[in-house]
Write a protein that binds this ligand. Sequence first.
Ligand code: 2HA
Ligand code: ZN
Length: 277
Amino acid sequence: MKQDIFKSKFVIEMKEATANLYRLGWDERNGGNISCLLTTDEVYPYLDGCRETRVVPMTFDASPLAGRYFIVTGSGKYFKNVCQDPAVNLGLIRIAEDGRSYEILWGFEDGGVATSELPTHLMNHIKRLSIDPGHRVIMHCHATHLLGMTFTHSLDEINFTKTLWEMCTECIVVFPDGIGIIPWMVPGTDAIGEATAEKMEKVRLVLWPHHGIFGAGATIDETFGLIETAEKAAEVYTIVCSQGGKRQSITDQQLQDLADAFKVTPRSGVLKLFSHN
Ligand code: 2HA
Ligand code: ZN
């Protein structure tokens, strides 16, 4: 028998994540978007025979995701409003067999469609799944201090990564691969999706200068935590700068010691270590 989709884990998690992101001020108006890959087992109890409702064409080839299900935020929808009306602001979609369209199975009840950043989301899902079979979530938001740093800090990935790692002891453990940065590009296009997915080959965080951040992970919680950790480091950086700049910091050797203790491999080229022999 069909179960109540409003009580599904995936709708509840999307409501919680969008509410938290809004509360933190990272998703003003229609800013931000989330997509989470779901298994047939997760979706099936909530759909009456999986009948399609509407078909929406796509301009790129998502055939590696043919038949896969996603819960996704809607184009032009406000994170602020997801909790009060999930059936309008969220949608459950399935990628068509030829990868050239998606079917809306539930949600977007006012005639809406999936996020304008769907190309980037799907291209990133394809890329991350090819590297990490446990991958499930892509999350985009306008994290305030990270966005601010794209105006004041060098946009060199190595320098940016090093600054974030230095700002909180946890950072190198949470994102040892560091951060990817693409050039400024027009959002919502296939081109920005391709550029972001290229970075996602090596990292789970990609910064869009003067716009926001994309994160990838195995769960909504984990992906949120990844973005939150980088954003906290950016906030500390902002405070450090406003207090007059660094007088001391975590050394490269200490960062390497952290990586060793937590058994992670830091991105090469960031730490400058001197050998003792
Ligand atoms: O969904 O954040 O990048 C609105 C955006 C576009
Ligand atoms: Zn955005």
